[in-house]
Design a protein around this ligand. Structure first.
Ligand code: AMO
Length: 434
């Protein structure tokens, strides 16, 4: 057995009374009563109590003077004790100090005093020691695992496309420019052009779990400059409905799996309501009317801003829906690759959840001439997109897809107030460290 194969706090039971165990973790607290001391040790599963006696333990003084958050490894015996929260305590035989923490801590782990969000993010490695913060990332892992499993079962294969690119896909203003040897390049805003090009290969159904880089100037609670998404693209579709169906199934599956994360949800004080399928489909034009009826000033043709999105969330909540599609946006609201529909509308959709967009997608244009026309209409030069356009000239099936923002999804799923809670080390307008 490896020397450091330790027992987690939750693996030990009162029935292990008398058994030898090895535990390891962070010293969360030490209560020294003089002749006896209680050390609360925290590991990735929880906490346990180590009880030390001054008379019996030669290492007593050394251990009780350890600063909080030092790391120790302890060999000892489990002793059943119903007065202790876990029903057992550890009586140590050997204690190895693996790392001594400095004092004072930049951020408390168990203190109830509120700290600034920036202090938490500046000291993210300590912030993440809090079980309720860890819970978000354990759920994030489940979200991604569910997406992979579900999409593979539906016949999608996982791909990876370049993040250093030569042109934009979602509009040129929010691109990060980088130096690529003696040329100009950009960080990818979306795998859009590549996932579409793959539809010309016969791979038919692909997904990518990838980074987005967006040089958006605004600093809001729902925008990041570096974010992640689950991107999907599928060929031989009849229309955007086929894509929406995969998206609603994917989201419902994620909600179902996360509902099983009882421990994490209880740490976050959350209950999950699994949305019914099909999610309601609300037409953009009808929503504009509804918003006007509620006294909002909206102009047909403008994209919804966060104020409108929140109001739509309320309208849908009144109908008992946390999850809903907004469909048939005006063509000019959507990127050049979006398939037009009659009356200046488009075969596009956004997925809203409780007043916030968490995904968007569409059926795409697969006719190269129409695509060039739409590029020009959007003020873009088809020559700059020749690599992409080429894939449409030699047999391109009808296709569509979506991008589902992982941080946005988590924020909506767990009702978190700030998107920065959902990413380990956020990048925003002012934050480049840590
Ligand atoms: P869109 O630009 O709507 O679509 O992005 C897709 C989803 O990604 C998330 N998202 C963001 N999350 C945090 N911070 C940001 N700055 C940010 N920008 C986007 C949102 C959004 O719904 N290529 C299309 C997708 C497609 O049609 O397949 C696209 O990029 O959750």
């Amino acid at each position: 057995m490896h020397r450091y194969r330790t027992h987690y706090s939750t693996e030990i039971k009162p029935e292990d009374d008398g058994k030898e165990v090895r535990v390891a973790g962070w010293v969360q607290d030490i209560r020294n009563l003089g002749s006896i001391a209680f050390l609360i040790l925290r590991d990735r599963k929880g906490t346990l109590q180590v009880t030390l006696f001054k008379k019996e333990h030669p290492f007593f003084e050394k251990v009780v003077s350890l600063p909080r958050e030092s790391v120790v490894s302890i060999m000892g015996k489990c002793k059943a004790n119903e007065k202790v929260r876990n029903g057992y305590e550890i009586i140590p035989e050997e204690i190895e100090i693996l790392s001594t923490s400095e004092k004072p801590l930049p951020l408390g782990v168990v203190d109830k005093v509120g700290v600034e969000f920036d202090t938490r993010l500046d000291n993210r490695f300590i912030d993440l020691r809090k079980p309720e913060v860890q819970a978000i990332f354990k759920i994030r892992d489940v979200v991604i695992d569910t997406a992979r499993e579900f999409l593979r079962e539906e016949g999608f294969i996982e791909v990876h496309t370049p993040k250093i690119v030569a042109s934009c896909s979602e509009g040129g203003t929010n691109l990060f420019e980088i130096k690529y040897f003696d040329r100009k390049a950009f960080l990818s805003q979306s795998p859009q052009l590549y996932k579409q090009m793959l539809m010309a290969t016969g791979l038919d159904r692909v997904f990518e779990i990838a980074w987005y880089f967006r040089a958006e100037e605004h600093n809001t609670r729902r925008h990041l400059n570096e974010s992640t998404a689950i991107d999907v693209e599928m060929a031989f579709i009849s229309n955007e409905e086929d894509v929406m169906h995969i998206l609603e199934l994917l989201v419902q599956n994620i909600w179902k799996r996360v509902k099983e994360c009882e421990e994490e949800l209880s740490l976050l004080g959350k209950d999950i309501k699994i949305p019914n399928i099909p999610f309601p489909r609300m037409k953009y034009t009808d929503l504009v009317e509804m918003l006007k009826e509620r006294g909002m000033e909206v102009t047909w043709g403008d994209d919804f801003g966060s104020r409108e999105e929140r109001e739509i969330g309320k309208i849908m909540e009144e109908k008992g829906n946390e999850m809903y599609f907004i469909t048939e946006y005006p063509l000019d609201c959507k990127p050049f690759y979006t398939m037009p529909k009659d009356d200046n509308l488009s075969r596009s959709f956004d997925l809203g959840c409780k007043g916030m967009e968490i995904a968007s997608g569409s059926q795409r244009i697969h006719d190269v001439n129409l695509l060039m026309e739409r590029l020009k209409a959007n003020g873009l030069n088809p020559k700059d997109f020749e690599d992409y356009l080429k894939a449409f000239r030699y047999g391109m099936p009808p296709h569509g897809g979506f991008g589902l923002g992982i941080e946005r999804l988590l924020m909506a799923l767990l009702d978190l107030a700030n998107i920065r809670e959902c990413i380990l080390f956020p990048r925003d307008r002012t934050r480049l460290h840590p």
